[in-house]
Design a protein around this ligand. Structure first.
Ligand code: SAH
Length: 352
């Protein structure tokens, strides 16, 4: 029998469950669709299944969804930030953004993160656990249901490092792309990594049509190792090598994320080095004014620095954009709501 919870199971695995319960195969199609397409949180919503069977299933195969613990809506642009509570009491965050082409949900892949990037709020208290594939899809179901919209694009750029939870992330992609599930095309999905090189090779072998985003944030080893510990294990040369091979193998453009931090990685010299680093690659550089988080003293770069940095890259023929910052009034960048809630909870416990 499958080791997975029912929300993480493929159609084939649900078929095995049905057969083991002596049910006809067509039940698997119904159940898969209720869970993956409609995102039901209870068997009671499966109206074409008998009451008796529903209660049998709910005892043996609970559906672990995401409950909304807190929600914030931006007054500026309507971006919605969710703090979800998982069945074991852990919290994760997702952000729903509206673009011209539809709704994008930024989802989490782990509770916390162990990568230790110095500017990131999600990693401050380490990684609690991986999310299951079902919990990753569950974020989309919960957001769709709450907002009454269809999510057409997904970015795995919330809390956690998806390639540190590789198997579940791949399982998530297969569930979310299933035509009887949410049926979101791979071209509408971006996966962001801090650069776990061996897993990037593994991903490359799968030859998926997703967009790979790589969090670069520094154009040379010394600085990158300082702000992103992962670079000590997988230095820039190795990272850039896999990125080049990835674009050649998949013919997909890589998107390099570069958070602009004042006085640290935003100098003209950094811009020139960055231009050299990505020269001739099938890629795109995304400059993000760094979000200032409570736990660190970094400041975001000024508008002028950002503009100058951008023009240097442009003049060197690099494909570059500055990311539009959505939800700036609701702490939309990931990890901040969760760390605050965890802190409130532990203060509450300590006070008792
Ligand atoms: N672990 C993955 C995905 C999650 S982080 C990764 O590292 O790519 C999503 C993106 O937000 C990454 O590019 C990350 O570096 C960036 N990020 C984290 N904290 C940030 C901050 N304070 N300001 C701007 N970007 C930040």
């Amino acid at each position: 029998m499958s080791e997975y919870d029912i929300k993480s199971m493929t159609y084939e695995e649900i078929t095995d469950v049905c057969l083991s319960l002596g049910l006809p195969k067509f039940r698997a199609g119904q159940i898969f669709k209720w869970i993956q397409h409609f995102g039901v949180s209870s068997y009671d919503e499966m109206t074409d299944i008998s009451k008796q069977l529903r209660s049998k299933l709910s005892e043996a195969y609970p559906i672990n969804g995401c409950e909304i613990e807190l929600k914030r809506v931006s007054k500026i642009d309507g971006t919605v930030k969710y703090l979800f509570r998982l069945h074991d009491g852990n919290y994760i965050e997702s952000v729903l953004m509206k673009y011209k082409y539809g709704y994008t949900l930024c989802i989490s892949s782990q509770v916390g993160c162990k990568m230790g990037c110095m500017f990131c709020a999600s990693t401050k208290s380490g990684c609690v656990r991986n999310l299951t594939a079902g919990e990753m899809v569950g974020q989309i179901h919960a957001a769709q249901r709450d907002a009454g919209v269809r999510v057409s694009h997904v970015v795995i750029m919330g809390m956690g490092e998806p390639l540190d939870n590789f198997d579940n992330a791949m399982r998530f992609l297969s569930l979310v792309g299933n035509e009887n599930g949410l049926n979101i095309g791979m071209r509408n999905i971006s996966l962001s990594t801090c650069g776990i090189v061996p897993r990037m090779y593994e991903l490359m072998e799968k030859n998926l049509q997703i967009t790979l985003s790589v969090s670069l944030h520094a154009p040379e080893n010394e600085l990158r190792s300082r702000i992103m510990p992962v670079n000590r294990k997988y230095p820039l040369a190795d990272l850039m090598k896999v990125c080049r091979e990835y674009t050649e193998k998949t013919s997909r453009r890589i998107s390099f994320e570069y958070a602009m931090i004042s006085g640290l990685n935003d100098t003209k010299e950094c811009a020139y080095k960055l231009a050299d680093l990505v020269k001739g690659m099938l890629c795109h550089v995304n400059l993000i004014p760094a979000n200032e988080i409570e736990e660190s003293t970094y400041k975001r770069s000024s508008e002028k620095t950002l503009k100058d940095f951008c023009s240097i890259l442009n003049s060197r023929g690099v494909n570059v954009t500055v990311r539009r910052s959505l939800g700036s009034d609701i702490d939309a960048s990931c990890g901040q709501l969760r760390s605050r809630r965890e802190k409130q909870n532990s203060d509450g416990r300590n006070a008792k």
